[in-house]
Design a protein around this ligand. Structure first.
Ligand code: DX5
Ligand code: ZN
Length: 227
């Protein structure tokens, strides 16, 4: 039975009160804080950079999970590591040298991950598993919160679960499998049953008045999942 983590995405939080929002969602039971960095280049939207990450760091008593949707990535990896990121993930399409970018993250003392878009094939993981602490599968096209979960992702989750289980069998090291986009209390169990252990949720948590109740409903749904 894996440890299920819930990672609220502050993309859907009130940007005028971000510190307070982070405090509240951690009190409500968040395991990680998911921090969506968009550059209006790799994705058609613009959010926040390392200065905002640094400002939020004192509020984050749980790991800061920085999802880079930027191109190029290497400069931002260093900047976010300095700004207090604990986990840094990026999209392979946004780096000229994926292996080097992953090393930059680990060398900076952070956990490293690759993010696969809905149409990005799983084989990009194959030669870099030793450098990964997390695989993040997008279940929407990146750029916006509040989109609908792409059901096809479930097959991909199972496929990556098999790959990571095989890797664990051979190396004894667990790589987390995180899913991002359109996750809600009514589909989280299906995503977990397919093999995910970490769940990003933005609108499904910050769109509710009671964050603790929103997270509790997700945990309740997860409690019935057999792995
Ligand atoms: C989308 C972001 C997601 C987003 C998820 O590009 O990577 O993290 O915040 O939002 P919801 O949970 O509302 O789909
Ligand atoms: Zn994200």
């Amino acid at each position: 039975m894996p440890d299920f983590y819930i990672a609220p995405s502050i993309l859907s939080a009130d940007f005028a009160r971000l510190g307070e929002e982070v405090t509240q969602v951690i009190a409500a039971g968040a395991d990680w804080i998911h921090f969506d960095v968009m550059d209006n280049h790799y994705v058609p939207n613009l959010t926040f950079g390392p200065m905002v990450c640094q400002a939020l760091k004192p509020y984050a008593s749980v790991p800061l999970d920085v999802h880079l949707m930027v191109e190029p990535v290497d400069e931002m990896i260093s900047a976010f590591a300095r700004a207090g990121a604990d986990i840094i993930t990026f999209h392979p399409e946004a780096s000229r040298h994926i292996d080097r970018s992953l090393s930059l993250i680990r060398d900076a003392g952070c956990q490293a991950g690759l993010v696969l878009n809905p149409a990005t094939p799983v084989y990009v993981l194959e030669h870099v598993l030793d450098k990964l602490d997390v695989v993040l599968l997008m279940s929407v096209n990146p750029g916006f919160g509040g989109q609908q979960f792409i059901a096809q992702t479930l097959h991909k989750v199972s496929q990556v679960r098999s790959l990571l289980d095989m890797y664990y069998g051979e190396n004894g090291r667990r790589i987390r499998l995180e899913v991002d986009g359109g996750i809600k209390a009514d589909n989280i169990a299906a995503v977990a049953a397919a093999g995910a252990d970490t769940f990003v949720a933005g609108s499904a948590i910050f769109g509710q008045a009671d964050y603790a109740q929103a997270i509790a409903e997700m945990r309740q749904a997860l409690s019935n999942v057999r792995c």
